[in-house]
Structures are given as structure tokens and as C-alpha cells.
Design a protein around this ligand. Structure first.
Ligand SMILES: NC(=O)c1ccc[n+]([C@@H]2O[C@H](COP(=O)([O-])OP(=O)(O)OC[C@H]3O[C@@H](n4cnc5c(N)ncnc54)[C@H](OP(=O)(O)O)[C@@H]3O)[C@@H](O)[C@H]2O)c1
Length: 379
């Protein structure tokens, strides 16, 4: 195999990040080879992806056991464990939603593979554990999420201590709404993100700003900074994805049109930057103003909950993720109102008995406990 050809296992290939990752593979077929693909319900799309990319392995939990035994276009069904540790895989891309990616991420890191981390729930739930495993096994967590990816780009080539990180937020679909208007928000309205096109869970998390709290937690672990060194600012244009301040007061910003394919490509081809005609360019004159505001925490109760319980560490962040998953899903199904999302999460959190000397199973169990508790509260 060409030493410049990188073998990837893509978990969640049929979702928003997954399909955009495959767009990057299409652009750079001499550089990226798909070794494994995995999805769940979108079996038709997965099957067409298998036809196109001819991966050695695939994984699809929803298939019947007979179908799992059949080879799809020469591709063999296997477990997550076998896929992420396969000898031809150099990089595992985690593009599933929720905590399904946590175990495969641990296995990949333990077997010395790098992980292009799009899935934020895994690092939110078990940040310290993942960083420790990566360090011990000489493997790397490469951030795909646009804000931590922007920080990673800004610190490239710097041997300086970071003094501050600024993470930007568009403010989501309901930024300028009154409390009364928020009472009537429908799933269809909340799913209309002003600047990004993403999967449903993260779009709602962006509207509540839970997503930004998750990114603060993600940045804390990835860049080894103190909580107080991270500030979130509202930047409605979504062109600056993050800024890094160094000790002399100089600030570097990463700017690009809101398109996840750029951070995905950066993580996949790192350390190379390559031309991709699909990606738009930033035009400062056409853009005009770039504006910033502080976050009104009263407007975004999920943001404060996320930061408060993220800082507490132990099993708290796992409970935060589990409760948020059920609350968002219930809102999307019309079972609760948009404004009930933080209520359900808070009620779940306050009944949790946390563990602090934690191992992998504790995080998974805490998230499962939170999902059940949140369901109970909603019902
Ligand atoms: N979308 C973005 O722009 C963006 C940006 C930054 C970070 N992220 C993060 O990236 C992750 C993925 O987000 P997304 O927006 O791409 O989500 P999405 O569009 O909802 O896609 C989720 C993917 O996960 C798969 N999946 C769900 N349950 C599964 C299971 N039990 N087993 C195997 N696969 C399963 C889905 O497969 P099926 O469709 O086949 O069921 C789908 O391929 C999230 O953690 C999100 O926070 C996303």
C-alpha cells in the first residue's frame, strides 16, 4: 500500500458528518482508502456506500443475522471491535451520535490507532480517560468538530503556552426570541439552524447552546487548559470558529465559511493542506462585519447546566449527555416543549449519585441510568 494512503474506518457513515467524510474521500481517492463503514437504520444508503467504496468490512447492528452472514459486494460484516482494530485501519472517524462511539474510540486508541473525533459525547463523558489512554498508547485524538479543530489549527507551529481560548457560537435558531416565543417553538423551527446544516441532535443542542457547553468540555480535555481559560462568544456569522490568545496578548483566529468538510479534511490529511475545489473561500470585503457578543446565560439554561456539571467531572458529564439525549429526542417527537429540555436535564442531574474514581463502564452505566431517569421524568 502507498505509504501516503491512509486507511479509515468510518463509524456513522450515513449521517451528516459521515456523508461529508465520504465527500472528502471522493476528492482524494489516492490518499484515503475506506477500510470499514458502519451505520444503523439507513441500510439502503449504507449498501450504496459499500458498492461505491468497496470497504473490506462493514457493521450494521440493525441487519438480520442472515444478512450479516452474506457478503455485501465483497464486504464482510464484523463487530465494531474488529473494525476499529483491523490492521489496515490507520484512522478511525467517529461520526455516530450519542455514546455508541465511546467503546470503539477506547479500543482504537488502545490499539495505537489515531481517532478523528467528530462525536463529542464520547470526550464529554470520558475526557480524562480518553486523553490518558491516547497518551499511554502513543495514539492521537484529532478534533473534527469545527471549534476544537480551529483551535488545533491556530496552535500549529506554536510552542507557546495558551493564555485563553475563545470558542464562537452562532447563537442557534432562537437567538432573538422572547421567553414567550420559545414556549411555542416547534421541532421544525428549531431544526432550522441559521448557518450550519447538521444532524437533528446537534442542531437542537445548538439551539439550546448545550452544544457549546459540550465544546468547552471537549476543548478543556483536548488542549489541557483550565476551565476559566475558555470563553464562549456569540458570533452570528459563523466564520471565525475559534480564537487562541497567547501570553503576549496576540490572538490567532481560524476563519472559513461554515462547511464541516474543511475540518474533516484537515483531520484526515493532517499535516497536509490540500486544495479542494468543493470548499468555499472567505471574502473579507463581501463579508463586511464580523460581530461578537457575550452569551446571555439566562437565555440559555442548558449552557449553564452543561458548564456547571462538566466542571464537576466524575460521572456527571455522562449523566448530562444521557439526559440531554432523551430530552432532545422527546422534544423532536413532540412529547415535551423546547423549554422543557433544560428542566428534564436538571431534574435528572439532581437525582444522580456521582462516582469519581471512574472507569469506562461507570460512564456508560451513568449515561444509561440518565436515559432511563429522564424517560421516567418525561412520562
Ligand atoms: N453534523 C455536524 O455538522 C457536526 C459537527 C460537529 C460535531 N458533530 C458531532 O458528530 C456526531 C455525529 O453527528 P451527525 O450530525 O453527523 O449525526 P447524524 O446525522 O444524526 O448521523 C448519525 C450517524 O450515526 C449512526 N448511528 C446512529 N445510531 C447508531 C447505532 N446504534 N449503531 C451504529 N450507527 C449508529 C447513524 O446511522 P443511521 O442513519 O444508519 O441510523 C448515522 O450514520 C455527533 O456526536 C455530533 O455532535 C456533528
Amino acid at each position: 500500500m502507498d505509504s501516503r494512503l491512509i486507511g479509515i474506518a468510518l463509524l456513522g457513515s450515513t449521517g451528516s458528518i459521515g456523508t461529508q467524510t465520504l465527500d472528502i474521500v471522493r476528492q482524494f481517492p489516492d490518499r484515503i482508502k475506506v477500510v470499514g463503514l458502519s451505520a444503523n437504520n439507513s441500510t439502503k444508503l449504507l449498501s450504496s456506500q459499500i458498492d461505491e467504496f468497496k470497504p473490506k468490512l462493514f457493521n450494521c447492528p440493525s441487519l438480520s443475522s442472515e444478512m450479516k452472514n452474506d457478503k455485501l459486494n465483497g464486504s464482510k460484516h464484523c463487530s465494531y471491535e474488529d473494525m476499529v482494530t483491523d490492521k489496515d485501519v490507520d484512522l478511525v472517524v467517529t461520526a455516530t451520535v450519542g455514546d455508541i462511539a465511546l467503546l470503539p474510540t477506547v479500543l482504537a486508541l488502545k490499539s495505537g490507532k489515531n481517532v478523528a473525533l467528530a462525536n463529542k459525547e464520547s470526550i464529554v463523558m470520558a475526557g480524562q480517560l480518553l486523553m490518558d489512554i491516547a497518551k499511554k498508547n502513543n495514539s492521537k485524538l484529532l478534533p473534527v468538530d469545527s471549534e476544537p479543530n480551529a483551535i488545533w489549527q491556530c496552535i500549529r507551529g506554536e510552542n507557546q503556552t495558551l493564555s485563553k481560548l475563545f470558542i464562537t457560537a452562532s447563537g442557534g435558531a432562537m437567538r432573538n426570541m422572547t421567553d414567550q416565543e420559545k414556549q411555542k417553538v416547534t421541532p421544525a423551527l428549531a431544526l432550522k439552524h441559521p448557518t450550519w446544516t447538521m444532524g437533528p441532535k446537534i442542531t437542537i443542542d445548538s439551539a439550546t447552546l448545550m452544544n457549546k457547553a459540550f465544546e468547552v468540555i471537549e476543548a478543556k480535555w483536548l488542549f489541557d487548559v483550565e476551565w476559566d481559560q475558555i470563553e464562549v462568544v456569540i458570533h452570528p456569522q459563523s466564520l471565525i470558529h475559534a480564537m487562541v490568545e497567547f501570553e503576549d496578548g496576540s490572538v490567532k483566529a481560524q476563519i472559513s465559511p461554515p462547511d464541516m468538510r474543511l475540518p474533516i479534511q484537515y483531520a484526515l490529511l493532517y499535516p497536509e493542506r490540500m486544495q479542494n475545489p468543493q470548499l468555499g473561500k472567505f471574502d473579507p470585503v463581501k463579508t463586511g462585519s464580523l460581530t461578537f457578543e457575550s452569551v446571555d446565560v439566562n437565555q440559555y439554561p442548558c449552557f449553564s447546566l452543561g458548564l456547571d456539571y462538566g466542571r464537576k467531572n466524575g460521572t456527571w458529564p455522562a449523566v448530562l449527555c444521557g439526559a440531554d439525549e432523551v430530552a432532545v429526542e422527546s422534544f423532536l417527537k413532540g412529547k415535551i416543549k423546547f423549554v422543557d429540555i433544560p428542566v428534564v436535564i436538571k431534574e435528572t442531574l439532581v437525582t444522580h449519585n456521582p462516582l469519581f474514581e471512574t472507569k469506562l463502564e461507570d460512564y456508560l452505566e451513568a449515561a444509561e441510568w440518565a436515559r432511563n431517569k429522564a424517560e421516567e421524568i418525561i412520562n
